[in-house]
Design a protein around this ligand. Structure first.
Ligand SMILES: NC(=O)C1=CN([C@@H]2O[C@H](COP(=O)(O)OP(=O)(O)OC[C@H]3O[C@@H](n4cnc5c(N)ncnc54)[C@H](OP(=O)(O)O)[C@@H]3O)[C@@H](O)[C@H]2O)C=CC1
Ligand SMILES: CC(=O)N[C@@H](CCC(=O)OP(=O)(O)O)C(=O)O
Length: 347
């Protein structure tokens, strides 16, 4: 058994990590830590995590987190670097925040407005890479992993096979994605009040300013082996969980619908968590909730010459905590699927 501590245990990402870790056959949950809620019982904040209801939340310090085989950091952006520096180098750290996701320090500065902390191995195992590789191979032997953002998980897995195979143009990629409100975390924000969100959908971060834009571009450039530019527009949907990403790009000259589909079958046919749906069936967030699955459908709009890929994930499972557990399994040499649900909870 390995012991895993969770920092940010009272938040949405930390809570989902604990839900999954409690069901993991090789894991014992160690320290649970947070910020202002330190000293409370975990059950006051995460009543669904019944086996841990009486655990007392500890302050988030290196002392509380050290002595574990692995640590999940589910803290606000900017909190990870200082903590990670204080933890022994052999402790596996899975950072659910953004601090170490980008390789380009200038892009970090532009989109996050702070000093770049560095770059860790990127935790999206199924990401296809130029030259025929796959990101999972780069995770073996690592002790520090940057878990992807929720939108980049859905959007990158949607378009990477086409980018890798040269089936799309890289300079006119357009993505519109809807997210459930848990993507924004638990902290109170006026635009997330129930009366603002229920029964309404609205865009935010419009005009190329959302911080996931450079992360998606980075992933697609790695898949294609050439720079990619993305117009990304997120929208807020009146549901607690789920992301539905509609991704389109110019089709390469002469591309047929059959060869497009074939390239996705080839890329993801052996993946446990990525399912290309049967022709005519479209992804829906309700079909993936609570599971670590990514459901995809591809189409060729021959009239305008564009490839369309639609992807659905649960932002808290595959989009954060499930992705982190998947990476933990790889770091530990366990079955990549250990402890991870592939069955959802619809409706
Ligand atoms: N929600 C999502 O879908 C996704 C989230 N992420 C990332 O995961 C991380 C956590 O997000 P999320 O769970 O949504 O956020 P929440 O706001 O729901 O939770 C934040 C957690 O961090 C703790 N915390 C806040 N400030 C401090 C501090 N100064 N010191 C120690 N602990 C602190 C909070 O504890 P307390 O209760 O005591 O305040 C809480 O446990 C973020 O980096 C986010 O970007 C990544 C992908 C998707
Ligand atoms: C609905 C909503 O607000 N979603 C969040 C994305 C959450 C996510 O993936 O988080 P990090 O990159 O912050 O880790 C947003 O758009 O900022």
């Amino acid at each position: 058994m390995v012991t895993v501590a969770v920092a940010g245990a009272t938040g949405y990402a930390g809570g989902e990590a604990l839900r999954l870790l409690l069901a993991h056959p090789e894991v014992t949950v160690g320290a649970v830590t947070a910020g202002a809620s330190a000293g409370d019982r975990l059950g006051e904040h995460q009543p669904h995590l019944t086996p841990l209801a009486d655990r007392v939340i500890e302050p988030t310090t290196a002392d509380a987190l050290s002595g574990h085989d692995a640590v999940f950091l589910a803290l606000p952006h900017g909190a990870s670097a200082a903590l990670a520096a204080e933890l022994p180098s052999d402790v596996r750290i899975l950072d659910c925040g953004a601090d170490f996701r980008l390789a380009d320090a200038a892009a970090w500065q532009e989109f996050y407005g702070s000093e770049h902390a560095g770059t860790w191995a990127y935790g999206l195992p199924e990401l296809r890479l130029a030259g025929g590789g796959v990101q999972r191979d780069e995770l073996t032997g690592q002790t520090r992993v940057a878990v992807p953002g929720c939108y980049p998980t859905a959007c990158s897995l949607a378009l990477a096979p086409a980018a890798q195979a040269g089936l799309i143009g890289l300079d006119d990629i357009v993505i519109v994605a809807a997210s459930g409100t848990s993507g924004a975390g638990k902290a109170m924000k006026p635009h997330l009040l129930g009366s603002e969100v229920m029964g309404s959908m609205s865009p935010y971060g419009v005009g190329g300013v959302h911080r996931h834009t450079p992360e998606i571009e980075q992933n697609l450039a790695r898949a294609a082996g050439a720079p990619a530019t993305v117009s990304f527009t997120p929208t807020l949907a009146p549901m607690p969980r789920g992301i539905l990403a509609t991704c389109t790009a110019p089709a390469a000259p002469g591309l047929s619908a059959a060869s497009l589909r074939e390239s996705y079958e080839k890329a993801y046919g052996a993946e446990a968590f990525v399912q290309l749906l049967p022709e005519g069936q479209w992804p829906a967030t309700a079909s993936v909730l609570g599971s670590n699955n990514v459901q995809l459908q591809v189409s060729l709009d021959e009239r305008v010459g564009r490839v369309i890929v639609v992807a659905a994930i649960d932002n808290l499972t595959k989009g954060t905590a499930g992705g982190a557990v998947q990476c933990l399994n790889l770091l530990l040499g366990l079955d990549e699927t250990a402890g991870l649900p592939t069955v959802g909870v619809s409706p």
